[in-house]
Design a protein around this ligand. Structure first.
Ligand SMILES: *Cc1c(COP(=O)(O)O)cnc(C)c1O
Length: 231
């Protein structure tokens, strides 16, 4: 007996409650199901419950799943998001296989993705990963560099800048969670004030999605709470 349908429903309920608590509409927050390390069968099971957006962290693993599922059931039309650290030598595989990349944190990576995105595919949907935890985490662009990077990414052909992604340092301290997510929200609002048409604020995971939603997340990336604990 599997628990994926039950888990997914529980996550939807948590999101609905968090939306209610912060006076936001129930459909204001999308779930990205993070399927890294889990087999195709798990993805198919979540897809069977209506889940359509899936996140992968490792290029090779993600590409294999994208290819296998496209072959199995193209009608499902799942959206695959790349959310892991991205090295220059892996950008082509990401540009050719994913619909979204949420972990763009420097111009060089964005430029490579733009050139490598096949012309017969829709633009690659991009979030810039921003680091609001300073030394505590390595990935992500510094807040001070964000306005320039965002303006440049927004002009690149083959890419569509959608917003920001953040992974603040893990903490049980809800006040600190809120503080970090609020910092990201302010950066997101700043991009809008600068005239960028961004609509996606990707923050919050299994343990802290309530705080992220309170701070304005429009997408939460949930692995463990849907698929179970990873090895
Ligand atoms: C693994 C991962 C997640 C999901 O984390 P859980 O705690 O399992 O929900 C979300 N975002 C990123 C970038 C991840 O690497």
């Amino acid at each position: 007996m599997t628990t994926i349908p039950t888990n997914l429903q529980a996550v939807r309920n948590r999101i609905a409650a968090a939306c209610t608590n912060s006076g936001r509409p129930a459909d204001a927050v999308q779930i990205l199901a993070v399927s890294k390390t889990w087999p195709l069968a798990s993805v198919l099971e979540a897809a069977g419950c209506g889940q359509r957006a899936f996140g992968e962290n490792y290029v090779q693993e993600g590409v294999e799943k994208v290819a296998a599922l496209a072959g199995l059931n193209p009608a499902l039309s799942l959206a695959w998001h790349f959310i892991g650290p991205l090295q220059s030598n892996k950008t082509r595989l990401v540009a050719e296989n994913f619909s979204w990349v949420q972990s763009v944190d420097r111009l060089k990576i964005a430029e490579r993705l733009a050139v490598q995105r096949p012309l017969d595919l829709p633009p690659l949907q991009v979030c810039i990963q921003v680091n609001v935890s300073g030394e505590a985490t390595k990935s992500g662009c510094a807040p001070a560099e964000l306005p320039f990077l965002a303006q440049r990414v927004a002009t690149l052909p083959g890419l569509c800048l959608r917003g920001l992604m953040a992974i603040p340092e893990p903490t049980e301290d809800v006040d600190l969670q809120l503080q970090r997510f609020h910092q990201v929200r302010l950066l997101f609002d700043g991009l809008k004030r600068n005239g960028l048409a961004v609509d996606t604020l990707s923050m919050g995971m299994s343990h802290d999605l309530e705080a992220a939603i309170q701070a304005g997340a429009t997408m939460v990336r949930v692995g463990t709470a849907i698929f179970g604990a990873r090895e």
